[in-house]
Each structure stands twice: as C-alpha cells, then as structure tokens.
Design a protein around this ligand. Sequence first.
Ligand SMILES: [Fe+2]
Length: 342
Amino acid sequence: MAGRRILGISAYYHDAAAALLVDGRVRAAAQEERFSRRKHDQRFPGRAVRWCLEAAGLTAGDLDAVVFYDKPITKFARMLETYLAVAPGGWFTFPQVLPGWLGEKLNLRRTIRQELPGLRPECPILFAEHHQSHAASAFLPSPFTEAAILTVDGVGEWATTTVGVGRGNRIELLEELRFPHSLGLLYSAFTWYCGFRINSGEYKLMGLAPYGEPRFVDAILGELIDLKPDGSFRLNLEYFRFLRGTTMTNERFHRLFGGPPRKPETPVEPRHMDVARSAQAVTEEILLRLARHAMERTGLRRLCLAGGVALNCVANGRILRESGCEALWVQPAAGDAGGALG
Ligand SMILES: [Fe+2]
C-alpha cells in the first residue's frame, strides 16, 4: 500500500477511535474519549480523526481510502435474527436500539461523508469484518513475519473468537466461534453479576479475582459452558438473558452462584470474590486451550492476540508462561478502539 493514506475508524458500539496509516505505517491513532472527555465514547470519532489528520499535516481530501472496523449491515442482520429468535422477549428493547440503526449506522457511507466533508467523491469507504480488524491490529504491527493469531471478544458481526494465521502482509482467518457462544459475553455476564459495568468494569472483575477462592469453577464448567479440549465451547443459554437485551443473567444463574446480582456501589462480599476468581480461572483455562490450539492449527509458535478479552493481562501472562508459545505479542489497544488500526 505504498504511498497510500488510509483512515481507519471504529465507532457506534464503544470506544470509538481513528487511526491514520501513511505508506503502510501508523502515523497517528487516537481514541475519541481523550478529546470528548466521555469515557468509552462511542460516537463518531470526529475529533480523533481531525487530530490524526493534523498530526500528519493532511486533510480529509488527501485520503485514499476510509475503512470502517466492521460490517454494520451484517451486524444489524445478526441483531434482527436474535430478536426474532427470542421474540417476543427482546422486543422490549428493540425500539430503543432501532432509531440509531436506521439513522447513522446503516447509512454509514453517507454518515462518514457528512462527518468528513472534504473527502473526495472517488475516495472509497470500505468495511472490514470485525474480527479481521482485530486480527490485523494484532499481527501487522507485531514484530513477526509469520504468526498464529487469536482474537477473542464479546461479538462483532457473528464471530466471537477466531483463529487465524498471518504471513507477510496477508491474514487468513481459519476458524471461528459464533454468537451467542462468546467468552467476552460470559466474562461480561460475571462482571455485571458482580456489580460492575459491562464493557468497562471487566478489569475490576479481574482485579477482584485474587481475593477469592475458585469454588465455583466446577459449577461454571458443569452448568454454564461445554468446553472442548481445543478451547471451543458452547454456552448453556438457559442461564443467560443477554439475547433479550435487558440483563445479562437470569434467576437460574443467580441460584447457581448463591444469590442475586450485587447492586453497584454496595459492599463486595466474599461470595463475589469467589465468583470473580472462578470466572477468571475458567477464562484463563479457555484462553490457554485456544492459544495452544491456534498454534497447533497453524504450526506456528509465535502468537498474536487481540479483541477485548486480550486485555485480560493475567490470562495473557499465563499464555506467555504456560501455552508453549515461543513469543507473544498483544495489541495494546486490543479492544474495539484498536479495530480502527486493523
Ligand atoms: Fe471487538
């Protein structure tokens, strides 16, 4: 892509961001929250885009392509399909999300042209798959010329986990797990259950874990999740409510873990610490299995990670020490902000 000026954008879910590549090199990248002062700001990253362009001495008219970090129409189709699958359960929240989709998100080409008025008419606006973006953000900036790539998050369009391979400037995704079977959503369910914010407080769950005992590990592995030796899994949806878009977990889940969800800002009890420790232990086990499988599948012992779950640095430490990898590279902006780079 020599000589090309490409702007990457992630937006409209959480952690909106922009990244500017010039001659295949990262010239600038920024997250919108740093300018708007709104944590996890998901709106169009206009200020981050302007900052990136200014840092490179460019204007929107100088861009050769704009690339969005996911395929919004496929994502919308997945949401519609999910609403229909659980109907009428999810219709309660449907009117809340529909206007945003019918407005800026489904007409994203028009939205981007409105937000970047200087863009040349012939400048293409392209859409990458969500996990392709994560995989590219993990492999291409890494020091490796060949590597296995593992991406793990809540959900993009359909994929929630992918195993891929990177060689030179090419990336191929070889396998995927699909929504609703998602390690990111499982971790977020425990985050919510322990009284922390989804897509934000996951690090608190990880931080709470060492204070507890892993006494619920068998309950999680026996009831919530069917985990295979290669790290693939299926969630038992009888314990979750996230398909209906109201809360993450249901009464059955609460009985399994000994009580109702913790209300935010109320005292943390030993039970919550034990739940956190158990969720963390299972997450680490799944990631270790996935990492080993990714290396086996590709025959490569260098590994790149991205996706929001790759922000779990405790699990990453175990992958580094215990997976048998020769070298590990984790995209620092492993969450959706890094999708702008990918
Ligand atoms: Fe993601």
